[in-house]
Design a protein around this ligand. Structure first.
Ligand code: HEC
Ligand code: HEC
Ligand code: HEC
Ligand code: HEC
Ligand code: HEC
Length: 408
């Protein structure tokens, strides 16, 4: 399993001791200059006062790497001061973070029925890393015979923690390393904290998200998960707009970070409709319609992420209820935005119909209404439905635009 390197994070690490050392040197230079300055009204210079020992530099805990090794990591025991390693132990003090996370896809990372179905289909335990980022979350430990994903060798895991498994991408996945809670600022910046703290510049970085949101199976022609790669190639990366800028809510970078991370679902696409007018005459020639999908809001392809996840564009004409009270409906167009893969590892991508960041897809069709249909108030519905494995989800559309029409 080749995960696109997260090592570039180390280049971003600032040498924090340097400013402290510089200050110290400056302080001693200033001190010496003062002592040498001649005093007015005295013939003989006074003996230099005994220099007070310089205060020791204020210690700043060095940052840690958030993902020092490839997944799965070890949660490494309960953090001193906390009751257990699960998200439940954080909820009392970090209520808002917990509430938003509990409603998020991260909390669902393992239990999601769509994931469960897909894993059963894929039939390899290689799918669990990322969805269960800690060793303790797996009932078995897995090794691959000669690195072959088709040949897993499994054994019981003595450190298995069923409670942690239920939580999928739990708080600890991003916040607990070596018995400490990892934040973004040195512990010296806080008052008393009921748990030991470490800090990491990786937390909140695009590369930390990439640890799980980017993956290329060995031997594959394209990345299986390419969200980071798509973002890196987009104008958002050039403009310095990263994952948490769009996915962290208004409070990104400050207290108040939105752990739902859902980036206002529905804002990814501009949906443009091109039609010669808003009146359709029953029984007359079909009217051409153009639907343009522009990816103006997502910092990566639309949709992104798992190749199981896709979207279906559906254009419908919806009319007044017929004699039986059923709404009249005519589907004018359906088009899938998804990737098609070969079956089984390493899952090569054979087709990609998604809308890249900043790109567009143009769909064309015709609208016509036979004479027998009711006249009056109709509407053109353009909807984007979520799909999993190519099948529409039993959920309301992700996005919908409705254009009222008149039928004569
Ligand atoms: C008994 C209360 C308590 C519990 C339980 C607790 N914390 Fe904290 N935590 C605090 C306090 C107090 C601070 C200091 C900063 C603040 O006031 O937010 C803090 C700071 C933090 C920070 C740094 C915040 C920042 O502003 O940068 C993070 C991250 C954090 N905790 C995560 C967790 C996680 C994850 C858990 C569970 C594994 C947890 N905490 C459990 C009280 C708690
Ligand atoms: C490199 C980490 C990683 C590995 C390994 C991984 N996943 Fe995922 N998976 C993710 C991430 C991140 C998402 C969220 C993006 C998304 O929703 O598409 C996700 C989402 C999914 C979803 C959509 C879940 C939903 O609720 O709709 C399915 C299905 C899925 N993965 C199946 C699999 C299967 C099957 C495998 C093994 C072949 C696998 N994953 C291996 C990281 C991973
Ligand atoms: C430890 C692995 C891991 C890390 C680190 C991680 N994610 Fe995820 N993320 C996942 C998995 C697994 C899912 C899919 C859960 C599911 O639906 O089954 C997911 C889902 C998501 C989703 C929702 C996808 C959907 O289909 O609704 C978003 C948005 C997201 N992650 C953003 C982020 C951002 C932003 C970061 C960095 C701050 C990040 N993630 C870091 C593993 C991770
Ligand atoms: C997928 C990774 C991820 C998960 C899971 C996660 N966090 Fe965070 N957390 C972050 C990031 C990223 C930040 C903000 C970094 C920044 O400020 O840019 C953050 C910030 C915080 C902060 C400080 C900012 C604030 O809003 O007060 C606290 C406290 C916190 N998280 C607690 C938790 C708790 C508790 C859980 C579980 C209920 C949790 N986190 C789960 C990634 C995560
Ligand atoms: C310019 C803003 C922006 C940036 C930057 C961005 N995203 Fe998104 N992302 C979105 C929007 C908007 C959506 C939701 C699209 C919709 O449903 O309309 C989304 C959706 C997602 C999804 C869910 C899959 C889906 O299509 O619903 C995942 C996973 C995700 N983003 C992860 C990431 C990661 C990881 C990064 C950084 C490498 C990132 N995003 C950068 C705006 C952004």
């Amino acid at each position: 399993v080749a995960i696109i390197p997260t090592s570039s994070t180390s280049e971003r690490r600032r040498p924090l001791l340097l400013p402290a050392l510089l200050l110290l040197t400056l302080a001693s230079v200033v001190g010496t200059a003062d002592a040498r300055r001649p005093r007015k009204g005295k013939k003989k210079p006074e003996p230099a006062p005994v220099e007070a020992p310089a205060p020791p530099p204020r210690p700043v805990t060095p940052p840690v790497a958030l993902f020092p090794a490839s997944l799965p990591l070890s949660v490494g025991g309960v953090v001193p001061g906390l009751a257990n390693s699960t998200a439940q132990a954080c909820a009392g003090c970090h209520f808002d973070s917990h509430a938003a996370w509990a409603d998020s896809a991260h909390a669902d990372g393992w239990r999601s029925p769509r994931f469960q179905r897909a894993v059963a289909e894929a039939g390899t335990p290689a799918c669990t890393t990322c969805h269960l980022p800690f060793l303790e979350q797996s009932a078995v430990v897995v090794d691959y015979d000669g690195g072959d994903l088709d040949k897993p060798l499994t054994a019981a895991n003595p450190g298995f923690d069923a409670s942690l498994r239920m939580e999928g991408v739990t708080c600890a996945a991003c916040h607990v390393r070596d018995g400490k809670v990892v934040g973004t600022r040195p512990p010296e910046e806080f008052g008393p904290i009921p748990h030991p703290m470490a800090w990491s510049e990786d937390l909140g970085s695009d590369e930390a998200c990439a640890t799980c949101h980017q993956l290329t199976w060995e031997g594959a022609n394209t990345a299986f998960y390419d969200t980071y790669g798509e973002w890196k190639a987009s104008m958002y990366a050039d403009a310095g707009v990263g994952c948490v800028d769009c996915h962290g809510g208004a409070g990104a970078g400050k207290s108040g970070f939105d752990h739902g991370m859902d980036a206002r679902t529905g804002t990814g696409l501009s949906i443009l409709v091109d039609l010669p007018g808003v009146t359709l005459v029953r029984g007359e020639d079909a009217v051409p319609v153009k639907v343009v999908l522009q990816n103006t809001g997502a910092g990566h392809s639309y949709p992104t992420g798992s190749p199981f996840t896709g979207a279906r564009v559906r254009v419908r004409l919806v009319g007044p209820p017929d004699r039986r009270g059923e709404p009249t409906e005519k589907v004018a167009l359906e088009h899938d935005l998804r990737r098609t893969l070969t079956e089984g590892p390493p899952w090569d991508v054979v087709e990609d119909t998604r809308v890249p960041a900043g790109g567009q897809t143009v769909l064309e069709t015709e609208l016509s209404i036979p004479y027998g249909e009711p006249e009056g108030a109709w509407a053109l519905h353009v909807e984007i439905l979520g799909t999993s494995g190519g099948e529409p989800l039993n959920e309301p559309p992700r996005t919908a635009r409705i254009l009222p029409l008149v039928v004569e």
